[in-house]
Design a protein. Structure first.
Length: 436
């Protein structure tokens, strides 16, 4: 979401005549787009703004801006933490940035904008040589998970009209984009109660169908769905829509029903198992990843074991594991943060180890097989090494040229590691549909 917001900021400022420099030392303005989900992210951003403050001694025109969720969360306090900060702009006011940069003195823009501006996304400039893009379909979140600061910083759900999204997708494909990733805090609750379900199809599924029908689009992904809204019609389109990728990032947060209830997640581990079974029945070899929080207040060894047992039952091929971090203003911040740091660390390690094993196992099956890969860009290692992703979201390295970016090619897998596959492009190959 922040990556997409950053792109939006960039195109807005380029339209206003600013230029992007790749060398931070050359910049007259540095804008930190921040995250508040965990305290550590905020500490880092404040530290970075402190380092930047020194630049004011050598460049009197130098400006520092803090934008995004931390701007919304800490507001005015940021000027007290670091007087060198010039402007603070929340996620709902980003479209005001070009004006704010010109302000003198401390400028604060948080809270609701004077004019609602949901359609601000569709003013984008695209980097050349890019074949994938994020497409934001909604803003905010109506859920109130006990630990989460996002509804406070990003506000309630607002859905972009379906026609605007489809228009933007067409624009993207005309500019060389082959794969779009739809973004929303709860992307599968798109439309909420405001848009009708038609023929048993939820608004999100209707949107997926419209996008699937656009000739230029080759692949569609989405991030992140909420298990509560993972309806059967969504599972069905995973089977029926040819361009919808065979991978799902489904944040489950915990495997303990007691902790899930305390988190106000409104589902159980049984519901998760049911969704995953249905998905695996519908889509052979679907790639499944998740987010987990360890050390939520009062999480016992037994609760944690339930998470481990759910991990063992599901065998995720990727997982982000987070140590619980109390966030001011959330419901759970009122509770004692009583799981010791060393225990959080230990639980974090155990889950990461588990996911390394399951991801190795998942990758192993591709050895010697040929899979379809969308060539995305140059890999960090090797002069001619390019990278791309399979539909089930495995990253693959192989030799190719930059001119091949945007092509979908068959790659035979020669070796694998926990996070990566390596292979060779094969001409006229028959890809294994069940695997690719
Ligand atoms: N502490 C730790 N992790 C959190 N997340 C959200 N809020 C917190 C918090 N207070 C994690 C969740 C979410 C991901 C984006 O960040 O797992 O899915
Ligand atoms: Fe936060 Fe829960 Fe909304 Fe996700 S669904 S953004 S975790 S409140």
């Amino acid at each position: 979401m922040n990556e997409r917001d950053t792109e939006m900021i960039l195109s807005q400022l380029q339209c206003a005549g600013y230029e992007l420099t790749n060398n931070e030392k050359m910049a007259d303005v540095v804008i930190l787009n921040t995250c508040s989900v965990r305290e550590q992210a905020e500490i880092k951003a404040i530290g970075k703004s402190g380092h930047l403050a020194r630049r004011k001694h050598t460049n009197p025109n130098f400006k520092i801006g803090i934008v995004g969720c931390m701007a919304e969360h800490l507001g005015e306090k940021l000027f007290k933490l670091n007087g060198a900060i010039d402007f603070v702009v929340g996620p709902k006011r980003l479209h005001e940035l070009a004006n704010v940069i010109e302000d003198t003195g401390h400028s604060l823009r948080i809270g609701e904008p004077e004019k609602q501006q949901v359609a601000h996304d569709f003013n984008r400039k695209l980097e050349k040589k890019k074949c994938t893009a994020f497409l934001s379909i909604m803003h905010g979140c109506n859920m109130r998970c006990s630990y989460c600061i996002v509804p406070r910083t990003r506000g309630n759900e607002q859905y972009r009209p379906m026609e605007d999204i489809v228009e933007e997708a067409k624009f993207l494909t005309k500019n060389g984009i082959k794969e779009i990733t739809l973004l929303g805090q709860i992307v599968n609750n798109y439309g909420g109660r405001l848009m009708p379900t038609v023929d048993g199809k939820t608004p999100f599924v209707q949107l997926l169908e419209s996008l699937n029908a656009l000739p230029g689009i080759k692949r569609i992904r989405y991030m992140s769905p909420h298990p509560r809204f993972f309806s059967d019609d969504l599972i069905l389109v995973h089977k029926n829509l040819s361009k919808l990728c065979s991978s799902v990032h489904l944040p489950i947060q915990s495997g303990s029903n007691r902790i899930l209830a305390a988190m106000r997640r409104s589902y159980t581990r049984e519901k998760i198992l049911e969704i995953i079974k249905k998905l695996r029945d519908a889509v052979p070899n679907v790639g499944i990843s998740t987010d987990i929080i360890v050390g939520y207040p009062s999480e016992t060894e037994k609760d944690f074991e339930e998470t481990v047992s759910l991990f063992d039952a599901i065998k995720f091929n990727m997982a982000f594991v987070f140590k619980y971090s109390p966030r001011e203003g959330t419901k759970s911040a009122e509770l004692l943060d009583d799981v010791e740091e060393t225990i959080k660390e230990h639980r974090n390690k155990i889950l990461l180890q588990r996911v390394q094993e399951t991801s190795m196992h998942y990758h192993q099956q591709f050895l010697g097989k040929t899979v379809e890969v969308l060539i995305e860009g140059r890999a960090r290692r090797g002069a001619n090494t390019m990278f791309g992703w399979t539909t089930n979201h495995c990253k693959v390295l192989f030799e190719a040229s930059e001119n091949d970016i945007g092509k979908i090619v068959p790659v035979r897998i020669d070796s694998f590691a926990t996070t990566i596959l390596s292979g060779t492009i094969v001409q006229n190959a028959q890809t294994e549909t069940a695997l690719s």
